[in-house]
Design a binder for this molecule. Structure first.
Ligand SMILES: Cc1ncc(COP(=O)(O)O)c(C=O)c1O
Length: 407
């Protein structure tokens, strides 16, 4: 007898952690559309449309704007592995877990990594970043835009300009921010940016939108090598060092997404349908309206938490609008509260990593989940759970303050 287990029947959760979040029903619907062959003209048209949609989401004219199949770090890894040649100096400002991740990926790509660090809950000033660029003269600055581990958003406006002046390439990880706050790729002169679907874009994890400009395209074209089995007659290899990963070879991906349609992997059809629809959802609402919705939810949630007598985590001037850190009151069992939120209210809020573990909860208001009724339900549930675990919030104050903020 085969072991079959039961039909899938997951509970309906309200996902208010730092991602993934609930998927927009339009995205789910798109993902149930029929499979197409990867060179079917209908499908290649969808690929081209997806490129154009993400140019608008990234606010860029970059030709090379497409999807990497994999979770958000696949986008980060593809860009870093393709941009870094062994021995290149890469500067990584670290202000949370995901700065450490970029440093680790760069190290695995055999870069000479220079890290500068800030206490979690803070960000770097432009002057600090400028000084580090001038001191270390890296080939690449790899920086996180919004770090969900601390809830902070690093201002990038102006940094791209400094990089350009010094001949440095800038890569930014916008996984947590794309669709939730401004990511102005061309305006901020960012050379390479990656993201993921599962946060403010209201899609599932598994597809990483990326964009690169011609500075990066030129760099990787010099490292271009094509698999022997599909090498076109007369193809001349780039004279630079081969990119160490086949799956994450930007030059080969450009050939696959570009006019030559030179086969690489088999594009994840269903993920492309979802990513395409996710972009249409955001652009249909309007980028500015979408950012305003995230800001409004953040204002209501933070007003509610504060009115309950809780303390917000980190430098509030630089908090991302889509995720909020709240200090766990002394004596309260962090996991007890989270488990009760999940089991009794079906609301998921996030725990924390590293130095913040056990010290803060992270409450996400991202994408499809970023709605008034969810903010109010979360505050209501949190009040009941806190009371159960020995903290006495100001009764009713959280929901009242959030309602007032929404007015
Ligand atoms: C800023 C940032 N970068 C990268 C990641 C990694 O994303 P994934 O788990 O999809 O690989 C995350 C996930 O939370 C993130 O917040």
């Amino acid at each position: 007898m085969a072991t079959l287990f039961g039909d899938l029947n997951p509970p309906h959760r309200i996902l208010m952690g730092p991602g993934p979040v609930g998927i927009d029903p339009r995205v789910l619907r798109a993902m149930s559309m029929p499979m197409l062959g990867q060179f079917d003209p209908v499908f290649t048209t969808y690929m081209n449309e997806t490129m154009e949609l993400y140019r608008q989401v990234f606010q860029t004219k970059n030709k090379w704007t497409f999807l990497v199949d994999g979770s958000a770090r696949a986008g980060a890894e593809m860009l870093l592995v393709s941009m870094i040649s062994p021995g290149d100096k890469v500067l990584v400002p670290v202000f949370g877990r995901f700065g450490h991740l970029l440093a680790e990926i760069a190290r695995r790509a055999r870069a000479e990594v220079v890290e500068i660090t800030r206490e979690w809950g803070t960000v770097f000033t432009t002057a600090e970043l400028t000084a580090a660029i001038e001191q270390h003269r890296p080939k690449i600055l790899a920086i996180v835009h919004g770090d969900t581990s601390t809830t902070m958003a690093q201002p990038l406006d102006g940094i791209g300009e400094v990089c350009r002046k010094h001949g440095v390439l800038i890569y930014a990880d916008a996984t947590a921010t794309l669709g939730g706050m401004k990511v102005d790729v061309d305006g901020w002169k960012l050379d390479a940016v990656s993201a993921g679907l599962q946060k403010c874009l209201s899609g599932p994890p598994g597809s990483a939108p990326i964009t690169v400009n011609e500075r990066v395209a030129d760099l990787v074209k010099r490292r271009k090598h094509v698999e022997v089995g599909i090498k076109p007659a007369g193809f001349i290899e780039g004279d630079g060092p081969i990119i160490q990963s086949n799956y994450f070879d930007l030059a080969m991906l450009m050939d696959y997404w570009g006019d030559s349609r030179l086969n690489h992997h088999t594009e994840a059809t269903t993920m492309l349908y979802g990513a395409r629809e996710a972009a249409r959802v955001v652009l249909g609402e309007g980028l500015d309206a979408c950012f305003a919705r995230h800001r409004q939810a953040s204002a209501a949630l933070t007003a509610g938490l504060t009115a309950m007598g809780l303390q917000l985590f980190g430098d509030q001037a630089h908090k991302m609008p889509n995720v909020t850190g709240v200090v766990i009151p002394p004596g309260v069992d962090p996991d007890g509260v989270r488990n009760m939120m999940l089991n009794d209210f079906s609301i998921e809020i996030g725990t924390s990593f590293g130095p913040l573990h056990g010290k803060i909860w992270r409450i996400g208001t991202m994408g499809y989940v970023c709605r008034k009724e969810n903010v109010l339900a979360c505050l209501d549930a949190l009040e009941a759970c806190l009371r159960k675990f020995g903290f006495k919030p100001n009764a009713g104050a959280g929901v009242d303050a959030a309602l007032a903020a929404y007015k």
